[in-house]
Design a binder for this molecule. Structure first.
Ligand code: GTP
Length: 299
C-alpha cells in the first residue's frame, strides 16, 4: 500500500508553516485526512499542533547548549541524529493508510536543501524507493515580494532549482504571500515571474546604479558591496542565468495567498496530480451516500 506526502521547504520566513496551516484547514474542510510532521527542531509556534514533532526526539536548543554548536551546526547535528533514529518516523508513519496526506514542515536553512546530502538521504528513506513507500512531492516556497527586486527573484529561483535537482522528486514551486504584492505588480508583469521570462532583466533598471568592470569597491561600504551583486558585469551574469532558466523552462511558480482558500485548493490539486493521490483512492459504496455524486473513501 502506498502512502502520500508533501515536503514543504523554502528559505526562512517564506511562509512554510503558514502554508501547512492553511493546507490542513483546507483538507479538514474537504474532509480529507492529514498527518502533520514538524521536522524543524527550532520551530516554536504552529497553527495546528503537529502529530509528530522532531522536538520530541531532539531540540535545537539542547544541542546548541550541550554540543556548543551554533544554530546551523546544531541543525545539521539534529538531522544527522534523526537519520540515526529513523524508527522515530517509521513507528508513527507506518500505520497511516493511503487516505492520509502526510505533510512535512521543514526548516528554513536552505543549505539543508542545496549543499548537504542529509535531506536526499531522508527522502530515500521516506520515498517509494525506501521502506516507508511514500509517494512524495516537494513544495518550494519563495516570497512573492522577491518580484520587486529581479536580481533577488532570479537568485531565489536558482535556489528553488538547486533544491529540485538535489531532491529528484515531483516538485511544485510556490510564490507565497501574494497578498503583499497586490497593487505593486500588475497581472501582465506577474505572469513573467510565474513563468520566469529572461526579458524581465532587460526591461528596466533594477533601481541600483551600475558598476563598470574594474571599479574598485569599498568592502566596508554596504552600498558598494550590494552593487557587486547587481551592477555592471553582474547584471550580464544575472541576464545569462535568467536566460538559462527561461530557455530550459526549468522553473515555474504557483501563486499562493494563504488567506484565500481557493488559492490553497488550487495548489493542492497540483500536488494531488504530482503524487497521483486520487488514482489510489477507493470509491466508496454508493449506498453509504444520499446523492449520486462519485465520492472517495476519505471524504
Ligand atoms: N501577508 C502575509 N504574511 C504571511 C503569509 N504567509 C506567512 N506570512 C507571515 O510571514 C511570517 C513567516 O511565516 P512562517 O509561516 O512562520 O514562515 P516559515 O517559512 O515557516 O518560517 P521559518 O520556519 O522560520 O523558516 C509570519 O509572520 C507569517 O504571518 C501570507 O500569505 N501573507
Amino acid at each position: 500500500m502506498s502512502k502520500f506526502g508533501l515536503l514543504v521547504m523554502g528559505p526562512a520566513g517564506a511562509g512554510k508553516t503558514t502554508f501547512c496551516t492553511a493546507l490542513i484547514q483546507h483538507l479538514q474542510t474537504v474532509r480529507r485526512s492529514c498527518f502533520y510532521v514538524n521536522l524543524d527542531p527550532a520551530a516554536e509556534t504552529f497553527g495546528y499542533q503537529p502529530d509528530l514533532d522532531i522536538r520530541d526526539l531532539i531540540s535545537l536548543d539542547d544541542v546548541m547548549e550541550e554540543m556548543s554548536l551554533g544554530p546551523n551546526g546544531g541543525l545539521i547535528f539534529c538531522f544527522e541524529f534523526l537519520l540515526q533514529n529513523l524508527d522515530f518516523l517509521q513507528t508513527a508513519i507506518d500505520p497511516l493508510s493511503e487516505e492520509y496526506l502526510i505533510i512535512f514542515d521543514l526548516p528554513g536553512q536552505i543549505e539543508l536543501y542545496t549543499h548537504i546530502p542529509l535531506l536526499p538521504e531522508l527522502i530515500k528513506f521516506l520515498s517509494r524507493a525506501g521502506p516507508l513507500n511514500i509517494s512524495l512531492c516537494a513544495a518550494y516556497l519563495l516570497e512573492a515580494t522577491f518580484v520587486v527586486d529581479k536580481a533577488k527573484f532570479f537568485a531565489g529561483t536558482l535556489s528553488a532549482m538547486s533544491a529540485m535537482i538535489m531532491m529528484e522528486l515531483p516538485h511544485v514551486n510556490i510564490l507565497s504571500k501574494m497578498d503583499l504584492v497586490k497593487g505593486q505588480v500588475n497581472n501582465t508583469q506577474l505572469k513573467k515571474f510565474v513563468d520566469p521570462d529572461a526579458n524581465l532583466m532587460d526591461e528596466e533598471d533594477t533601481g541600483r546604479s551600475e558598476l563598470v568592470a574594474g571599479d574598485v569597491l569599498d568592502a566596508d561600504d554596504p552600498k558598494e558591496t550590494d552593487q557587486v551583486m547587481s551592477g555592471g558585469s553582474f547584471q550580464k551574469l544575472n541576464r545569462a542565468v535568467a536566460r538559462l532558466i527561461d530557455d530550459f523552462s526549468m522553473v515555474s511558480f504557483l501563486k499562493l495567498d494563504a488567506n484565500d482558500e481557493e488559492s490553497v485548493g488550487d495548489i493542492l490539486s497540483y500536488i494531488d496530480d504530482a503524487i497521483q493521490y486520487h488514482e489510489a483512492q477507493e470509491p466508496r459504496e454508493p449506498k453509504e451516500f444520499d446523492n449520486d455524486e462519485p465520492t472517495w473513501e476519505n471524504d
